[in-house]
Ligand binder design. Structure first.
Ligand code: ASP
Length: 326
C-alpha cells in the first residue's frame, strides 16, 4: 500500500490583477474538488474514477475553460476536447471537436473503455456520444457572457488570445503588439480569461491517472487541436506518475511535456519535483505553460513558467494546499 495523492488545476497564466472575489471563487471551486477527491480516495475509489469525477465537476462549473464556460472559436462556437489516461495497462482515451457533449472527459473515458480506439474527433466523436447516450446540450449552454466579451476583444485585435502570456512589462509579451490598446489581463474590461482544467491522482494501490479538459484558445481557428487531448503532450499516466498540463498548447506539444516528466523519472532516475523542474526548464519555451503531477509513491508536484496557475494538492499525510501565485 502507498499513500494516495491528488492534484487539480484550473489553468496556467493568470491575470495579476484578477479581482480578489474572482480569485476566491476559483479557490473555492478547487477546494471543493479536492475535498471530493479526498473523500473518494479515502473510500478506495480508483485513481481513474477520481480524475474523471473531478474533471466532470470542473467542466460543469462555468468558472474555468472546459465544458460550460469553454473558450470560443473564431466562429463563436465551442469545440471542446479532453483526454484521460490510466497507468493500469497504459490505457487512454481522447476526444476533440465536441460541440454538444456536456462532459467531454466522460466521453474520453468511454472511448478508452468502450471503443476499439484511443481518439475520436468531430462528427465521429459526436456520433459516438449519441451511441453511448451521454448527456448532451445545445451549443448555447456552453457559451458564457464573459467568453462572448473575450471573443469580441480578441477579434477586434485580430488575435488569438494566449491568455497566459501575461504582460508584466509591456503588451509585447501577450502577442498583441507594444502599441496595442488591448489589455487582456487586468484591464479595463469586465471579462476574464478562462483556463483549462486537469486532475491527476494516485490511489492507495499505486495506480496513477490523469485527465485534462478544455475549450482551447479563445478565437482559435475552427478545427484547431491543442495539447489537452494529446496523450504524451497535455496528459500522461504510467506506473511512475500522472501528469496534466496547461498553457500554450503549441509549446506543450513541441515539448511532449507530460510524457517528458515520466521519461526523465524513468530514464534519468529523477524524483517527481526534480523531473517537473527539469522539464519546465529544458523542454518548454519561457512563459508558456505549467503542469501538475503525482508519483506512484504518493508525492505531488507542480511547475510553471508563466504568471500564476490555479492549483490545489492533497495527500494522505494530511497535506492540503490551494494556490494561484508562486
Ligand atoms: N493548453 C490549452 C490549449 O492550448 C489551453 C490552456 O491550457 O489554457 O488548448
Amino acid at each position: 500500500m502507498v499513500g494516495w495523492a491528488i492534484a487539480v488545476h484550473g489553468g496556467a497564466g493568470v491575470d495579476p490583477n484578477l479581482p480578489t472575489q474572482r480569485q476566491e471563487q476559483a479557490k473555492q471551486l478547487l477546494t471543493r474538488c479536492l475535498n471530493l477527491g479526498i473523500s473518494a480516495l479515502r473510500s478506495n475509489v480508483s485513481a481513474i474514477d477520481v480524475v474523471e469525477l473531478i474533471v466532470r465537476e470542473l467542466e460543469t462549473d462555468p468558472i474555468f475553460n472546459s465544458g460550460r464556460g469553454s473558450a470560443l472559436t473564431e466562429k463563436g462556437k465551442v469545440e471542446m476536447e479532453a483526454s484521460i489516461m490510466d497507468s493500469l495497462g497504459r490505457r487512454c482515451g481522447a476526444v476533440s471537436g465536441l460541440t454538444t457533449v456536456k462532459n467531454p472527459v466522460s466521453l474520453a473515458r468511454l472511448v478508452m473503455d468502450k471503443s476499439p480506439h484511443s481518439y475520436l474527433a468531430f462528427s465521429g466523436a459526436e456520433d459516438f456520444a449519441k451511441q453511448m447516450g451521454v448527456e448532451r446540450e445545445e451549443n448555447e449552454y456552453f457559451i458564457t457572457e464573459d467568453n462572448l466579451g473575450m471573443l469580441k476583444i480578441a477579434q477586434e485585435a485580430n488575435s488569438i488570445v494566449f491568455d497566459y502570456r501575461i504582460p508584466t512589462i509591456g503588451y509585447e509579451s501577450c502577442g498583441l503588439g507594444a502599441e496595442s490598446p488591448l489589455r487582456m489581463n487586468g484591464l479595463p474590461i469586465n471579462f476574464y480569461s478562462p483556463e483549462t482544467v486537469g486532475c491527476v491522482a494516485v490511489d492507495s494501490q499505486g495506480r496513477c491517472a490523469a485527465a485534462t479538459s478544455t475549450g482551447g484558445l479563445m478565437n482559435k481557428k475552427t478545427g484547431r487541436i491543442g495539447d489537452s487531448p494529446l496523450i504524451g503532450a497535455g496528459t500522461y499516466a504510467c506506473d511512475v506518475c500522472g501528469v496534466s498540463c496547461t498553457g500554450e498548447g503549441e509549446a506543450i506539444i513541441r515539448g511532449t511535456l507530460a510524457r517528458e516528466v515520466a521519461a526523465v523519472m524513468e530514464y534519468k532516475g529523477l524524483g517527481l519535483q526534480e523531473a517537473v523542474d527539469f522539464v519546465i526548464k529544458e523542454r518548454l519555451d519561457d512563459g508558456k505553460a505549467g503542469l501538475i503531477a503525482v508519483s506512484k509513491t504518493g508525492e505531488v508536484a507542480c511547475g510553471f513558467n508563466c504568471v500564476g496557475m490555479f492549483r490545489g494538492f492533497a495527500s494522505e499525510d494530511g497535506f492540503m494546499e490551494v494556490a494561484i501565485w508562486e
